[in-house]
Design a protein around this ligand. Structure first.
Ligand SMILES: Cc1ncc(COP(=O)(O)O)c(C=O)c1O
Length: 456
């Protein structure tokens, strides 16, 4: 029994973890990592099939990033972006402006994805006020979307189990509409006529366009399992938002910094939103950093208005060490061709996962693209049978998690809008690592097939 484990169980309050999983002799204590592999205090190796939490994009153990942090700490450990500026934040913002689509050119830094979403919500409100559009404050978001846990961001999140305990504290300005998987239109329906597109326009009209501040969505939604949008979906969102004076926000906390082979997924989807929120991969998680990159013209309008400023800020937003690490991370990703590596290997990754899925009764579908996938489980794929309620409860309640743990990997057993596995390895994973990952997932699916046989 590791001393660390006992101490963790005594002193650490875990995030989103039930007592049974925490107060457990098998609780892994991860102490080091290299590339795509993690090692615990007992020397056991795990394949990091989730890049930490969708964030260690460049892989673990990079001395160039830790050196950038140490150098910055020795030079200027702290200064603010509040009435002052410092070189690392300026350099990071300039690089992001160069990578962002269209005229998104000005970045407001924070320290996490939730704060990035909060910042977009507040900027949109500030912007509308600056234009004298005082009635606009509502946000349209999509079912099962995850946009963070702080109260503003949680209001926008559409995952019931995260929202329900806090419902009395969530503001009443969010309206949730169907996500792309909930589209009821037949295949081949033009984008403008898709039910999931029309739901957004109908909600704007039902609420009154003069009350709507922004629409937010992930380019590829995580909640529900790697929901790749139909062609033309984001162009329709852009058209609708322009029509009603609503700001369009792409939440790219997962989708940016290479997850889909581009700096920003909006570029891949050929859309220019008004704001893009990011975090996680901007530093490959070597430091906590998030932000929102905004169309320059919107910032200018706010500055030039009687309001004169964006009324928002925080102590650590744009921290010198975090932004210095962001610069080092973006530089390394650019110079080492990490985005091209994703584009070169995503086809192989998809094929291997699809072939694995086709061989199992328990795999209904493999969804996703880039380095981001979901393996959606069912009771019998040949006959398109859903999991029975008992099977769903059993898999979600620990069986699936146990199979994954025994394979020594960190893909996520998921219950948010589907039952299955969410996969998102570091972007430096090569074909040998993809093979290793798919082989482990294949063995998990074998175990699920057998488990379903025993739990019909
Ligand atoms: C799309 C999206 N938005 C916001 C967040 C919240 O980020 P954080 O956990 O850094 O607050 C997440 C976290 O996973 C996310 O996936």
């Amino acid at each position: 029994m590791s001393t660390h484990r006992e101490l963790a169980q005594k002193y650490l309050v875990p995030h989103f973890t039930p007592k049974a999983a925490w107060q457990n002799d098998a609780l892994p204590i991860i102490e080091r990592a290299e590339g795509c592999y993690l090692y615990d205090t007992d020397g056991v190796e795990y394949l990091d099939g989730l890049a930490g939490l969708f964030c260690v994009n460049i892989g673990h153990g990079r001395p160039d990033l830790s050196n950038a942090a140490a150098k910055q700490m020795n030079k200027l450990a702290y200064s603010t972006n509040w009435g002052f500026a410092h070189p690392p934040a300026i350099e990071a913002a300039e690089m992001i402006a160069g990578f962002a689509p269209g005229d998104l050119s000005e970045t407001f830094f924070v320290s996490s994805g939730s704060e990035a979403v909060e910042s977009a919500i507040k900027f949109a409100r500030n912007y509308h006020l600056a234009r004298g559009d005082e009635g606009r404050y509502k946000v349209i978001s999509r079912n099962w979307a995850y946009h963070g846990t702080t109260l503003g961001a949680l209001s926008v999140t559409g995952i019931p189990k995260f929202r329900d305990p806090y419902l009395p504290m969530l503001w009443d300005g969010t309206r949730h509409v169907s996500n792309t998987r909930e589209c009821t239109s037949p295949v081949g329906t033009p984008a403008a006529e898709l039910s999931c597109v029309q739901a957004i326009e109908e909600m704007i009209l039902a609420e009154g366009p003069e009350t709507i501040s922004m629409v937010i969505g992930e380019p590829v939604q995580n909640g529900g399992g790697a929901l790749v949008p139909p062609n033309g979906y984001w162009q329709e969102l852009r058209r609708i938002c322009d029509r009603y004076g609503v700001l369009l926000v792409a939440d790219e906390v997962i989708c940016s910094f290479g997850r889909f082979g581009h700096w920003f997924a909006s570029e891949r989807l050929d859309v220019v939103p008004d704001m893009i929120t990011f975090a996680k991969g901007v530093t490959s998680a070597y430091q906590p950093l998030g932000g929102v990159v905004i169309r320059g013209q919107l910032v200018e309008e706010l500055f030039d208005s009687p309001m004169g400023s964006y009324v928002h800020g925080s102590t650590f937003g744009g921290h010198p060490v975090a932004t210095a690490v962001a610069v080092a991370n973006m530089t390394a990703m650019r110079d080492e061709g990490v985005l091209q590596h994703v584009l070169d290997n995503e086809g192989y990754f998809t094929e291997q996962l699809q072939a694995m899925g086709d061989a199992h009764r328990s795999v209904r579908e493999v969804r996703g693209t880039g380095y981001f996938y979901a393996v959606d489980l069912c009771s019998d794929s040949a006959n398109d049978l859903d999991l029975s309620p008992t099977q769903e409860t059993g898999l979600r309640g620990g069986a699936l998690g146990g199979f994954v743990r025994e394979e020594r990997m960190t893909v996520r057993p998921d219950d948010r809008g589907y039952t299955g596995l969410t996969i998102s390895p570091p972007l430096v994973a090569d074909r040998a690592i993809i093979d290793d990952l798919v082989a482990r997932i294949d063995r998990v699916a074998d175990r699920v097939d057998a488990w379903l046989g025993d739990n019909d």
